[in-house]
Design a protein around this ligand. Structure first.
Ligand code: CTP
Length: 405
C-alpha cells in the first residue's frame, strides 16, 4: 500500500526518537518516499545524519537551509505529502498545533499541509494527564488530525503509566491501513446533506432545530478520507470541513431541496442526514412582526421531502441512506421510513438513548459529540452499535455502506 507514497515524518525532542528511526526504516522498506522534519530539540536526541541516511533524503530542521539564503519551503513540503505523521509528538508541539503557532519548520509545515495528519504523542504520564494537554489533544482531533495513542509502561522518568510512544510497527500499520482505506470509495461521487434548516418568520426570527450538523460533517470527512469525491449540502452550522470536500451552504428546506436534487443524478451514494424542517411559514413578513395580542399563530405549510424525492428518482447504480430521529416506536417508524422513501439503508437514532441525537454547542466545542445508532438494511437486518464519538459512528456507517452496497 505504501509504494510510491509521500510520507512526511515530523520528529520532536523525545527520548523515544530512536523509535522514529525504526519507523522511517519501515516506511522506506515498504517503498514509500520519506522526508523528515526535525525540531531543534529533536536533534539533541538523535542526529539528522541518522534520519537522513535512513530516509534517503536530507533532513530539514531550519527555515533557512544555508548561508546563501536557500530556504526550506514549508508550503511545498505540506503540498508534497500524501500523509504527515508526527512521531514522537511532544507536549510542546501538540500545544503549538492546537493554537496555530508556527515558530519552526515543523509547525509551519503542519499549518500548510492539506493531507491527513497523524500524531503519536510521547511524554511523561503527568504531562499526558494534564488538563491543558487533554484540551490541546481534543482541539487538534477536532481539526481532523488522527491520534495514534501512546502506550502504557515504564517511562524515561522511571514512572509507570500512559505516555510511551506507540511501537513503530503499530504506527506503520495505522498508516498502511489508512492508505488501504483511502482507496475504498476511490472516485465515487457521494452527496450528503447535514445540519438544520432555518425557516424565516420575519427578518429577525426563524423556526429551526438543535441539529449541529456534526454527524453529516463527520460522514463527509470519512468518505473523503476513503477516496470519495464528496459534496456536502449543509444547513446553518458553525462547523468547517477540510478542503477535500465541496460544500454548499443553504438556509431553508427549499434551498436544500433544490441544491440536493440538482446534484443527485451524479451521485452514486446519497446520504440524507440533515434535520430538515417539515413545515415552513406560509408567508414571511418583510418587516419585524410587532408584539400585539396575547396569542399568536403562524400558518405553516409542508416542505418538500428531499429524501422522498431522491428515493423516487433512484437509479440502479445509486445507494440511498436516510436518517430517522425517533422518540418512540423507533424501529417500527424507521422501517416505515426506509420503505416509504425507497432507501437502501436507514440510520436510526432515538432520543430514548442518552448521548444520542443532537449535540449541544458546548459538547461540540469540547469534541464530546456522541451518538448511538441502529442501522436498518433493506433486507431487514438490524445492526446495533454502542454509544460512540460521532467520528467513530461515521466510520461504522461508512463501513456498513461498504458492506451493503
Ligand atoms: N428528510 C428530508 N426532507 C424533509 C424531511 C426529512 O430529506 N423535508 C429526510 C431527513 O434528512 C432524514 C429522513 O428524511 O434522512 C427522515 O427524517 P425525519 O425528520 O426523521 O422524518 P420525517 O420524514 O420528517 O418524518 P417525521 O418528522 O414525521 O418523523
Amino acid at each position: 500500500m505504501l509504494a510510491g507514497k509521500h510520507i512526511l515524518v515530523g520528529v520532536c525532542g523525545s527520548i523515544a526518537n530512536y523509535k522514529a528511526a525504526e519507523l522511517i526504516r519501515l516506511f522506506v522498506k515498504a517503498g514509500a518516499e520519506v522526508k523528515v522534519i526535525m525540531t531543534q530539540d529533536a536533534t539533541t536526541f538523535i542526529t539528522p545524519l541518522t534520519l537522513a541516511t535512513l530516509s534517503k533524503n536530507p533532513v530539514l530542521v531550519e527555515f533557512v537551509a544555508d548561508k546563501n539564503g536557500t530556504w526550506n519551503n514549508h508550503v511545498e513540503l505540506g503540498l508534497w505529502a500524501d500523509v504527515m505523521i508526527i512521531a514522537p509528538c511532544s507536549a510542546n508541539t501538540l500545544a503549538k498545533f492546537a493554537n496555530g503557532l508556527c515558530d519552526n519548520l515543523l509547525t509551519a509545515t503542519y499549518l500548510s499541509a492539506r493531507c491527513n495528519v497523524f500524531f503519536a504523542p510521547a511524554m511523561d504520564l503527568d504531562m499526558w494527564q494534564h488538563p491543558s494537554t487533554k484540551r490541546n489533544l481534543s482541539s487538534i482531533q477536532s481539526f481532523g488530525n488522527i491520534l495514534i495513542k501512546p502506550e502504557s509502561g515504564e517511562l524515561a522518568s522511571g514512572l509507570h503509566g500512559e505516555g510511551r510512544l506507540a511501537e513503530p510497527q503499530t504506527i506503520f500499520e495505522e498508516i498502511s491501513n489508512y492508505f488501504k482505506l483511502s482507496s475504498d470509495f476511490a472516485n465515487l461521487n457521494v452527496l450528503i446533506t447535514a445540519g438544520p434548516t432555518y425557516e424565516a418568520i420575519d427578518p429577525v426570527r426563524f423556526i429551526g432545530n438543535h441539529s449541529s450538523g456534526k454527524m453529516g460533517y463527520a460522514i463527509a470527512e470519512e468518505f473523503a478520507n476513503r477516496g470519495a469525491i464528496v459534496t456536502l449540502i449543509s444547513g446553518p452550522s458553525s462547523l468547517s470541513c477540510t478542503s477535500k470536500i465541496s460544500i454548499t451552504m443553504v438556509t431553508t428546506a427549499d434551498e436544500m431541496f433544490n441544491e440536493t436534487i440538482r446534484r443527485s443524478d451524479n451521485a452514486e451514494i446519497i446520504i440524507m442526514s440533515a434535520a430538515v424542517a417539515d413545515y415552513t411559514p406560509v408567508t414571511k413578513s418583510d418587516l419585524k412582526i410587532k408584539k400585539k395580542d396575547d396569542r399568536f399563530a403562524i400558518e405553516m405549510k409542508k416542505t418538500k421531502d428531499i429524501l422522498l424525492e431522491v428515493g423516487q428518482r433512484k437509479k440502479s447504480n445509486q445507494f440511498v441512506v436516510g436518517f430517522a430521529l425517533e422518540t418512540n416506536n423507533a424501529l417500527e417508524n424507521a422501517r416505515k421510513k426506509l420503505i416509504e422513501k425507497n432507501c437502501d439503508m436507514v440510520v436510526l437514532n432515538t432520543l430514548e438513548d442518552s448521548g444520542a441525537g443532537f449535540t449541544s454547542k458546548n459538547d461540540l466545542e469540547k469534541n464530546l459529540a456522541t451518538n448511538k445508532i441502529t442501522i436498518l438494511s433493506k433486507e431487514g437486518k438490524v445492526f446495533e452499535f454502542p454509544l460512540k464519538n460521532k467520528n467513530e459512528v461515521a466510520k461504522d456507517i461508512v463501513d456498513r455502506i461498504k458492506s451493503e452496497r
